[in-house]
Design a binder for this molecule. Structure first.
Ligand SMILES: [Zn+2]
Length: 345
């Protein structure tokens, strides 16, 4: 059974390609973090090698070996997969990974029908690695399938993209994800609605929230800090900008999470001002948002949302991180509507 949730169009296509033996040797799975790219890659690896009646059966020896990451013909390449000394600190998937892939690709599968290479984070391939991979993508041995995973096509070398079947995974519509969570994971309606919203339709994020507290605790910490910073003075905001700068230099992923939550918060304020409360994401903090929204005009909120988006873009273009983050923090709008005016509302 396919484990990927809410992507019926892609699964129908792949089933057809598998049944008619037309699955391309190179596939690029695109979509945001938590959408299910790795789940689909493993579904495909199982489908290609499954010995059951309805691949991927999930129960045959092969499917179980792949699920427990013990199958000798399935190789996952990513920045975390190597812990051998000097490779540990890398920020790029270097050429040595692809040289390893090529030498493994030369020999037939040990026990399955196909060798499957999953490259997680294709946007992290170094130029040298990507160019070397091109040769394999151009003339792949018949017994291999390569599956590249990336958040955005924009960051993958165009010559790689053009040699792959491009499969885009889109956020699962809220109602559909809510129904999946209620039926498959037995969540109550309220919890399903909350998790579907805060995950932006990415099932992987919901599942990590169900499995451990880390995801929700991290969100709570970030939102509490956000509220604190909004009410803090210039010095407090600059200190926070400095903290964000060092986070950005250490771990870009954590900055992305912070930015997503900040954007959600300010969009919620906008929706409340525009009397569209039913569309807000942070439904667990609705009262706080409603109280907060009265402090601003719609225009102030709109301008600051654009500011956050622009900052994110500048950071991705390697602008001076300290400067853009300080500017963002100093541009947090001040309360526009006085307390007295609020009383009269
Ligand atoms: Zn199977």
């Amino acid at each position: 059974m396919w484990q990927l949730l809410g992507q019926d169009r892609v699964i129908t296509l792949l089933k057809h390609e598998l049944e008619t033996r037309q699955l391309p040797h190179a596939n690029l799975l695109l979509g945001p973090v938590g959408i299910g790219k790795m789940t689909l890659a493993l579904d495909l690896a199982q489908s290609l090698n499954c010995t059951g009646d309805e691949p991927p059966c999930g129960n045959c020896y092969t499917c179980l070996r792949i699920k427990s990451a013990k199958h000798p013909d399935i190789h996952i390449i990513d920045l975390q997969s190597e812990s051998k000394g000097e490779r540990k600190q890398e920020v790029k998937i270097g050429i040595e990974y692809i040289n390893d892939l090529q030498s493994m690709a030369k020999t037939p599968p040990y026990e399955g029908k196909y060798k499957v290479f999953i490259i997680n984070g294709a946007e992290n391939l170094s130029i040298e690695a990507a160019n070397t991979l091109l040769k394999t993508l151009e003339e792949p041995p018949p017994h291999i399938v390569i599956i590249l995973l990336a958040s955005s096509e924009r960051d993958v070398l165009p010559t790689i993209v053009s040699r792959c079947q491009r499969l885009e995974l889109n956020p699962v519509p809220l109602k559909q994800l809510e129904n999946i969570l209620i039926e498959k994971y037995k969540l109550d309606i309220e919890q399903a609605a909350f998790l579907a919203r805060i995950s932006h339709g990415c099932p992987g994020q919901v599942l990590s929230a169900i499995q451990n507290d880390k995801f929700l605790n991290e969100r709570t910490d970030i939102l509490n800090t956000l509220v604190e910073i909004i009410h803090s003075n210039r010095e407090g905001r600059l200190n926070f900008a400095s903290h964000l700068t060092s986070e950005f230099n250490k771990n870009r992923r954590s900055i992305n999470i912070i930015f997503t939550l900040w954007l959600d918060w300010w969009r919620d304020l906008f929706l409340i001002r525009e009397k569209n409360q039913e569309l807000i994401i942070n439904i667990d903090r609705k009262t706080e948002l409603v109280n907060h929204a009265v402090n601003y005009t719609t225009q102030q909120i709109d301008i600051f949302i654009r500011e956050i988006q622009a900052t994110r873009k500048y950071l991705s273009q390697n602008a001076n991180s300290r400067l853009v983050l300080e500017s963002l923090m100093l541009n947090i709008p001040s309360a526009h509507i006085s307390t007295q005016a609020r009383v009269g509302e």
